[in-house]
Design a protein around this ligand. Sequence first.
Ligand code: SF4
Length: 593
Amino acid sequence: MSTGYEEAIREIVEKYGKDSRRLMDIAIEVQERFGYISEEMMKNIGDALGIPLVKVRDTVSFYSFFKREPGGKNVIRICNSVVEKLNGMDKIVEAFEKETGAQINGVSGDGEFELRYTPCIGMSDQPPSALINGIPVTKISPSEVKHIVDNIKKGRYSREKASDAISWVDKNIRQPGPVVFAPMEKGKAIRAALNMSPEDVINEVTNARLRGRGGAGFPTGMKWSFCRKAKGEAHYIICNADEGEPGTFKDRTILTEVPDLVFEGMTVAGYAIGATEGYMYLRGEYIYLKDYLEQVLERRRELGLLGKNICGKEGFNFDIRIQVGAGAYVCGEESALIESLEGSRGAPRDRPPYPVTSGYMNQPTAVNNVETLCCAARILEKGAEWFASMGTKDSTGTKLLSVSGDCERPGVYELEYGITIDKLLEVVGANDAQAVQVGGPSGTCVAPKDFGRKICFEELPTGGSVMIFNSKRNLLWIVREFIEFFIEESCGWCAPCRVGTTMLARKLDKILAGKGSQVDLKELEELANTVKKMSRCGLGQSAPNPILTTLKNFKALYEELCKAEDYIPPFDYEKAIAAGIEIAGREPVVEEE
Ligand code: SF4
């Protein structure tokens, strides 16, 4: 019996060449068409792709933006990251509940609206914010919510109009710098690269001492060199545009303002490593940028900057496809991102092998951050020496910082590496900082005594997120929020992360309730170190950082709450007997000679 959607699903699958690697695109499109992806629809997708239902279900069930049951016609996802909560999120939730008739995490009686929470959507510089049918709305005030809901009813927030959001999301480039936000001439970096051998391009990037801007700081030239030398049937370059670290939004601004520079960098990288295909993995929260970016790519094809024989260079063929994600922070980890790009759940892979030798489709793959690729393009354009003259010895060039929280001028700042926290606070207008969270929840919580420290790989590395908290904020509540974020985003593969983060939250809850003791504090630290050491990937390894860095830098806040009587563990009779201690009614263990 026909279910009515079989034909439509067949068409969608055919549109993507019946290629199971395009499962993410297929699932996104099926959901856009029908509002959800039922078990029956998943079976239809699997049949049309020639893959088992379980494989489709595995992928669909992993991503938070996919729905397996019918919900509201219009989905409102309210961002619940820390900065949003500190800027009136609760009042916005109340207003949406009143105007839509839906409770948070529920659907209105008429089926028109569904209200959900979602983690950071990359708008922390303009809170409170929400995604309405995937389209961002920012700086929402409670009094505005009625007007927004009226507009939803009029179809203002539909996929076809998604690009309109670019005009109302603030750019917030507070300080442009000489690398990323300087004027550019399309094709200049590519032409400069094509005048050199691929090896010389890699040498130029190596001489500039460019390091990955995602936070880990791996030398880009070395990554490209490993990738180029690795044997494979094909080589791939992937741009990681999945910035999901709470508090970061600089890639949003780059993609809106200088997308050509990113694609220029990808093309240079493609030439250097010997790739003919490049992928941009765009986080699901930025789907509103997709059509706009596709137009930019199309223009570049028309200009001969993508496609065959680029810039007249015989045999240099390269093109780029955009893959959209569907709400999974862990996909920012490069191997999880590759899994997602292949149409699977975004679970990190065991490493080694590393992507440079066995990445996308098990072929040599270089995964680079959006900002890294911009820097690479500029290095080819202006030279390694020019780039290396900025910043510090081990952190050359500039860094884009996404500054949010308690300051007068939140936004994106392009500054030379080596700026101190003190100086940064002055630039952004923050004169009452109790703490500065550098690098998002997985980074470091810096106390005023350390505000003289520099932002650079040598001292305080960051992918870009800088959150400022003033003296009125409850810092340990913020730590608890960060841990909740990791609980939500853990992929669940390994127990230290899946179970350990929840145990950390329970222990913190006890301490925050004023029922903690010194023993609890000790156990909290031990547990945090265990999760850090034993977790399988970067997410679990950095999840305890909010606790460990505040235990180090703000110990007094914990001490103040841990005044309860120390907990005395139950007496261990077996251990005592084994140790030869006499206990009434029990025989001591006598060691045989
Ligand atoms: Fe998944 Fe967490 Fe383990 Fe990483 S550390 S594999 S996110 S469970």
